[in-house]
Design a protein around this ligand. Sequence first.
Ligand SMILES: [Zn+2]
Length: 145
Amino acid sequence: MRAESQPMPPKISAPPSLTAFAVIVAGAAFASAGAVVYFFNPSTHGFYPICLFHALTGWNCPGCGGTRAVYALLHGHFSLALKDNALVVLLPPAAALRGVWFATKRILHRPVGQFFPAKFLWPLLAVAVIFMVMRNVPVFAFLSP
Ligand SMILES: [Zn+2]
């Protein structure tokens, strides 16, 4: 048999995927940003960027108070974090649920598609706009930072 006498070609493993690299870089960036926010209180340190929307209009955008909410969360003050920015507090658990769903489907070798498909953008934008309008109305003043 000729096939048995020939040496086997070396196995070439696939290079690490770009997605894995992006996940590692994003994770490192989130961890670094979290460390900065953890050690430097946004209420007392002025090097954090200001909200241009708030500076120009005086209204709170969906992200206003987000850094302070992250600081409060990192220090275990959940109710204060909710007061600073409820959207920033509630979005990570939603993303985590999506991550669990996504990972479960991958483990079960089911088709998963994209982690964040474009069809999620409009509902997320609608939630952000509704949240922004509500936190600028006096009745929902408890939503403003
Ligand atoms: Zn803002």
